[in-house]
Unconditional design. Structure first.
Lengths: 111, 158
């Protein structure tokens, strides 16, 4: 697998964190969820995070978190989403058991 | 949803706890059917128990014949029983809500939303349980009072 994106840094995989960043785009989903796209601050690869609405826990939901409220995002109150790099590009040293195809970085993204 | 920590996002990096919440939220996406089924089962069992208890409450009665009570007292047991039914039904609904949540609303499947929801829900359950207990006590007391009234209220002499 070759890395054809000139912006992407094919750095070695490392389980690390990075400073918070901004999203490239935040789109609403038909189910009331969100799709957030951001670039990894370490390897600069793009990651798209799909956040559906779910029944939380095994017993119950919150009436304060209504479907209409969930997609308000940064408009009313600054909200943050935890991103894990899933650029899908090769990074040497990625553990075989690692479920995410990225450089191993996690960081907060505002939405 | 609030910022990821108390110091503001510009000073924050994800912690191990943040990652754990995120993993939990991601895992829940794959268990939605089971979660919905368990919630439905919880409500079904709770409502069945509620119906059974209310039916049982009708068996707890005093004098079998209200007609013999004097005119003003006839209405008292009826009102007490109706109030008791209301209290017991409310107690059951509050208890079921605390135990199995409120069906039909959702939360975003990300760790921050899930963490905030969990804190809110735990606090809410802590408030609901005493309400359920007091409503149950009030309902049972009213049933007992209705029975006592039917025995002790003045009756019409033939």
């Amino acid at each position: 697998m070759t890395d054809r994106d000139p912006r992407h840094d094919p750095c070695a995989w490392a389980d690390g964190t990075a400073e918070p960043g901004r999203p490239d785009a935040v789109l609403p989903r038909p189910d009331g969820g969100l799709v957030v796209r951001a670039h990894c601050p370490r390897c600069h690869g793009p990651t798209v995070k799909r956040i559906p609405r779910i029944l939380p826990g095994d017993k119950g939901v919150d009436e304060a978190e209504q479907p209409g409220d969930t997609a308000k995002g940064a408009g009313s109150e600054q909200a943050w989403v935890l991103f894990f790099c899933e650029c899908g590009r090769p990074h040497l040293g990625r553990p075989p058991a690692e479920g995410r195809y990225g450089c191993g970085t996690s960081w907060w993204v505002s939405r | 949803m609030t910022a990821p920590d108390d110091f503001g996002p510009e000073h924050s990096r994800p912690t191990a706890a943040d990652r754990r919440w995120e993993a939990l939220a991601e895992e829940m996406q794959f268990n939605q059917l089971g979660i919905a089924r368990r919630q439905a089962e919880g409500w079904r069992n709770g409502l069945a128990a509620c119906a059974t208890l209310l039916a049982t409450a009708t068996l707890v009665k005093g004098r079998p014949d209200f007609d013999r009570l004097t005119e003003g007292w006839k209405v008292v047991p009826v009102v007490l029983i109706l109030l008791a039914f209301g209290c017991l039904a409310a107690a059951f609904l509050v208890a079921i809500r605390a135990a199995h949540g409120r069906p039909g609303s959702y939360v975003l499947a990300d760790g921050s939303s899930l963490r905030e929801w969990t804190g809110t829900e735990v606090a809410r359950i802590g408030r609901l349980i005493p309400w359920a207990a007091w409503l149950s006590l009030a309902g049972l007391t009213l049933v007992l009072a209705a029975a006592v009234v039917t025995w002790t209220a003045p009756v019409v002499r033939p």
